[in-house]
Design a protein. Structure first.
Length: 123
């Protein structure tokens, strides 16, 4: 059984700012592509135990969807160690979603953190 967490505004902040990889699926029950993507997301959650998978129902959390700049669903966000690495709208086929997961896991976070620090220092 997959371990997918449902997030709201409060739990979203704590989930995405921690250590590790978090994949968030912004979805809606009325969205056909969301329903099509759900089994792909669930299968990935079952096979990637080192990644946190979470969902945000935009109808139940419109403020969160707005703050996250979600303009269409499904929208995927990938965070690692509190840094947003990827955001895209649209349902992904299984192979493409697996490629995204691999790419997020392969990112050199020391390099990303150094870039973030340099950008913050530059103002």
């Amino acid at each position: 059984m997959s371990k997918i967490t449902d997030l709201d505004l409060e739990s979203f902040r704590s989930a995405v700012t921690g250590e590790g990889t978090v994949i968030v699926d912004f979805w809606a029950s009325w969205c056909g592509p969301c329903r099509q993507f759900a089994p792909v997301f669930e299968a990935a959650a079952d096979s990637h135990e080192d990644v946190t998978f979470a969902k945000v129902d935009i109808d139940d959390n419109p403020e969160l969807a707005s703050l996250a700049n979600v303009s269409s669903v499904p929208t995927l966000m990938a965070f690692r160690d509190g840094i947003l690495l990827h955001q895209s709208a649209g349902a992904l086929p299984k192979a493409q979603f697996e490629q995204l997961l691999e790419a997020v896991q392969a990112v050199d976070m020391d390099e990303v953190k150094a870039q973030v620090a340099a950008n913050e220092a530059a103002g």
